[in-house]
Design a protein around this ligand. Structure first.
Ligand SMILES: *Cc1c(COP(=O)(O)O)cnc(C)c1O
Length: 399
C-alpha cells in the first residue's frame, strides 16, 4: 500500500466524514508549491480558500510566529498583552476603520457582526427587544455555526441541524430592488459577500454594491460586508467593496488575515457600533492572543511590502485572459475579479469534480464549488511564469 493510501485509510477510519477531499496527501509546502507524501509537486491554486494568499510558509510570517512563540503565546483577555494593540492599530489604520474586535475563525467573526448589529439595533436604532431583523442573500456562505446555517439557502447546510435561529430574511443576490422592498422598521442590518465565493464566484451586477450602500444608509440599516474570502487583496483591491465605494458599517475578515499559518479573524467597525460591547458581553479565549496578533500584523506588513493587492489585479487579468484564450466549448462562463476566478462547466459535460481530479494528476490543485464551477484562487505571490505553467495544464483538461 502506498503512503498516500495508508494515510487516507487512517484518516477515514478516525475522522468524521464531513469532507470529500481530493485523494492527495500534502506533506509540505513553500510559496505556491506543495509536495505530497510521495514527493510529487503541485501548484496550489486553491490556497485554502484564500487563507494562503501570502503563499505557504511565508518566511517573514513564519519568523514572526517563531519569535512570538519564544516569548509569550496565550494570555487570554483577562490580561493585556503587547501585541494585540499593535496588530489592531495596524489593521484599523490600513483598512480605515476606528475599531476592531479580534476572533479566530471566519464564522466567529460573522457571529460577532450579528451580535454587534443586534445590540446596536436595540440600543441605538431603538428596535424593540428581540425584534431586530437582518437581511441576507440567497446562496450566501458565511460559515457553519447553527445561527449562520439558519439563514443559509443551501438545503444540505441546514438539513438535520434545526431548530434554527430566527431573525433573518433571505432575498435574491444582486437585486437592489429586493433589498429596498425587504426593509422594515425592524431591519437592523444587511449581510452579504461582495462576491459570492462558495456559491461559484458569483459577481453581482455593476452598481449593485453602490445601490446597496445608498439604500442601507437611507434606511439606517447597517451594511455588513463579509470579506473573509474576498478581502486583503484577493480581488485586486484591498477590499472588494472599493470597486464601488461601498464602505460597510461592519466588515468581517478572516482567512488571509492569518497569513497562512494561524487562524485569525476580526470585525472592523466604527466606535458608534463597537461601543455597544461592554466587558462581559462577548469574547473568546483565543481571540487576539499574542501569537495570533503577531502573525496578523506580519501578514498585513507582507501584504503591503509585496504589493500583493496590485499583483492580484495584474496577474488576475493575465490569468483571466489566458483562460478565455483557451476557448473551450465545454466552458459556460469565466468570471471573477483579481485572483478569485470561477470557470463554470456546461452541465452536458459533467460536473467540475473530474476536471479538478484531472488537474490534480497534472500537478495542479484546485477544487470544485457548487458542482459546476472550478475555483482558481492561487496565492497572490504567484508569478506570470507559474500562471503560464498552470495554463499549459488547464488547456488540455478543459478541451
Ligand atoms: C470561509 C468563509 C467563512 C467562514 O470562515 P471559517 O474560518 O471557515 O469559519 C465565512 N464567510 C466567507 C465569505 C467565507 O469565505
Amino acid at each position: 500500500m502506498s503512503r498516500t493510501e495508508q494515510v487516507i485509510r487512517q484518516t477515514e477510519a478516525y475522522s468524521a466524514n464531513n469532507y470529500h477531499p481530493l485523494p492527495v496527501v500534502i506533506a509540505r509546502g513553500e510559496g505556491v508549491w506543495v509536495y505530497d507524501v510521495e514527493g510529487k509537486r503541485y501548484l496550489d491554486m486553491l490556497s485554502a480558500y484564500s487563507a494562503l494568499s501570502h503563499g505557504h510558509r511565508h518566511p517573514k510570517i513564519v519568523q514572526a510566529l517563531k519569535e512570538q512563540a519564544d516569548k509569550i503565546t496565550i494570555t487570554s483577555r483577562a490580561f493585556h498583552n503587547e501585541t494585540m494593540g499593535s496588530f489592531l492599530e495596524k489593521l484599523c489604520t490600513l483598512a480605515g476603520f476606528e475599531k476592531a474586535l479580534p476572533m479566530n475563525t471566519g464564522t466567529e467573526a460573522v457571529e460577532t457582526a450579528i451580535k454587534a448589529a443586534r445590540k446596536w439595533g436595540e440600543l441605538k436604532k431603538g428596535v424593540p427587544k428581540n425584534q431586530g431583523e437582518i437581511i441576507v442573500c440567497e446562496n450566501n456562505f458565511h460559515g457553519r455555526t447553527v445561527t449562520v446555517i439558519s439563514f443559509s439557502s443551501e438545503e444540505q447546510y441546514r438539513r438535520g441541524f434545526g431548530p434554527y435561529t430566527p431573525g433573518f430574511k433571505i432575498i435574491p443576490y444582486g437585486d437592489a430592488k429586493a433589498l429596498e422592498e425587504a426593509i422594515t422598521p425592524n431591519t437592523i442590518g444587511f449581510l452579504l459577500e461582495p462576491i459570492q465565493g462558495e456559491a461559484g464566484v458569483i459577481v453581482p451586477p455593476e452598481g449593485y454594491l453602490r445601490d446597496v450602500r445608498r439604500i442601507t444608509k437611507k434606511n439606517n440599516v447597517l451594511l455588513i460586508l463579509d470579506e473573509i474570502q474576498t478581502g486583503l487583496g484577493r480581488t485586486g483591491k484591498l477590499f472588494a467593496y472599493e470597486y464601488e465605494d461601498a464602505k460597510p458599517d461592519i466588515l468581517t475578515l478572516g482567512k488571509a488575515l492569518g497569513g497562512g499559518v494561524y487562524p485569525v479573524s476580526a470585525i472592523l467597525s466604527s466606535s458608534d457600533v463597537m461601543d455597544v460591547f461592554t466587558p462581559g458581553d462577548h469574547g473568546s479565549t483565543f481571540g487576539g492572543n499574542p501569537l495570533a496578533s503577531a502573525v496578523g500584523e506580519a501578514a498585513l506588513e507582507v501584504l503591503q511590502e509585496e504589493n500583493l493587492t496590485q499583483r492580484a489585479q495584474e496577474l488576475g487579468e493575465y490569468f483571466m485572459a489566458g483562460l478565455r484564450r483557451i476557448a473551450s466549448p465545454k466552458v459556460k462562463d469565466i468570471r471573477g475579479k483579481g485572483l478569485l476566478i470561477g470557470v463554470e462547466i456546461k452541465e452536458e459535460f459533467g460536473t467540475a469534480r473530474p476536471y479538478c481530479e484531472n488537474l490534480m494528476h497534472l500537478g495542479l490543485l484546485c477544487k470544485e464549488t457548487h458542482h459546476q464551477t472550478i475555483r482558481f484562487a492561487p496565492p497572490l505571490v504567484i508569478t506570470k511564469e507559474q500562471i503560464d505553467w498552470a495554463l499549459d495544464r488547464i488547456e488540455p483538461v478543459l478541451k
